[in-house]
Write a protein that binds this ligand. Structure first.
Ligand code: SF4
Ligand code: SF4
Length: 250
């Protein structure tokens, strides 16, 4: 015990100062893409290489759907016009699926506050996590929010074991057919009003599994989603920022 206390003293206070101070992210982190210049799409190299069909032609340029993008960066070096760059902007979450479409004009993901959600959950939000068939990386990065660095509990947000005690569910994975009934049962067990959060590309659109007959291609096809958190997996700061924006705390 003595050595445990000694080690804690040596480590000191590790909780990040976010949201008062902006986080420092790894230089390898890919956030909101920036699309520059025009393109007549005669080469289509970016569209062909994209594993999740996240890129499409939009007017005289391209658009990237962050609900489908897995941030693999494969499209970046293939563009001979250097039209695609991924910035370090980690604020990717949105309340509306359509705002996840990034075009030449979009530099920031839009977010509209919901007064009723703020009124009900601003000070306290209990979430039940449902892992609906993903690779487990999304769950791992949500678990990271409970560590001393992020300390999710200081914002009054925590994960609860029972859906009966939850205000909402946060879902990861593409919703496999095997998990569909369990997800619906969990949703039904939640008292109203309840919120639904889709975390990760799989939960938003099916991601890499979207063409499989064994998945429901995300939560949207089954439940009304209140918050989308893109990423594969979403960075813990992306998830934390999304939750805080949702509650009107940042
Ligand atoms: S970074 Fe996104 S848009 Fe580009 S190839 Fe990968 S999945 Fe597709
Ligand atoms: S979004 Fe990516 S990290 Fe999350 S479950 Fe799907 S494949 Fe895994």
């Amino acid at each position: 015990m003595f050595f445990v206390l000694l080690e804690r003293l040596r480590q000191g206070y590790n909780t990040s100062k976010y949201p008062k101070i902006e986080p420092i992210l790894s230089p390898r982190f890919s956030g909101v893409p920036k699309i520059t210049g025009s393109c007549d799409l005669t080469c289509k190299a970016c569209i062909d290489v994209c594993p999740t069909e996240a890129i499409a032609k939009k007017e005289q340029s391209i658009a990237i759907d962050l609900g489908k993008c897995i941030f693999c960066d494969q499209c970046v070096p293939l563009c001979t016009h250097n039209n695609i760059q991924f910035t370090h902007e980690y604020r990717l979450a949105s309340h509306q699926r359509s705002t996840l479409l990034v075009t030449k004009e979009v530099e920031k993901i839009g977010f509209q506050l919901n007064q009723q959600i703020q009124k009900l959950f601003k000070r306290s939000l209990q979430l039940r996590l449902v892992s609906a068939g993903g690779c487990n990386a999304c769950e791992a990065d949500l678990n990271v929010l409970g560590t001393p660095v992020y300390d999710l509990n200081r914002f009054g947000i925590s994960f609860t074991a029972s859906p009966r005690h939850a205000d909402g569910i946060i879902i990861t994975g593409p919703v496999t057919l095997n998990m569909k009934q369990a997800l619906m049962d969990t949703y039904d067990a939640l008292p109203s009003p309840k919120i639904v959060i889709a975390s990760g590309t799989c939960a938003i659109s099916g991601g890499l599994f979207q063409k499989s007959d064994e998945v429901c291609n995300g939560v949207d096809s089954l439940l009304p989603v209140d918050l989308y958190i893109p990423g594969c997996p979403p960075h813990p700061y992306t998830a934390l920022n999304g939750l805080l924006q949702f509650l009107g705390r940042v």
